[in-house]
Design a protein around this ligand. Structure first.
Ligand code: SF4
Length: 78
């Protein structure tokens, strides 16, 4: 199972991902993108949201969006 995440050290806050996939990406208080921990498991997303997420991942100008492998129990914790 995979989760979609943002590397905050790379993010430049351009807003592309939040525009493309607003269900999953939002800005934190510092103006960088973040993903909703309750809605960032790729397999749990509706098809349309998943596609938007992949578009955001591919469209990030600084490659700050990545997939992270998660274990089942970790998913339940978050
Ligand atoms: S598209 Fe990339 S650089 Fe732009 S806000 Fe999203 S994660 Fe940050």
């Amino acid at each position: 199972m995979e989760r979609i995440k943002v590397d905050k050290d790379k993010c430049i806050g351009c807003g592309a991902c939040t525009a493309i996939a607003s269900d999953v990406f939002s800005f934190n208080d510092e103006g960088y993108a973040q993903t909703d921990p309750n809605n960032n498991i790729i397999d749990n997303m509706e098809e349309e949201v998943k596609n938007d997420c992949m578009d955001a991942l591919e469209g990030c100008p600084v490659d700050a969006i990545y997939k992270e492998e998660v274990e089942e129990e970790k998913e339940e914790e978050n």
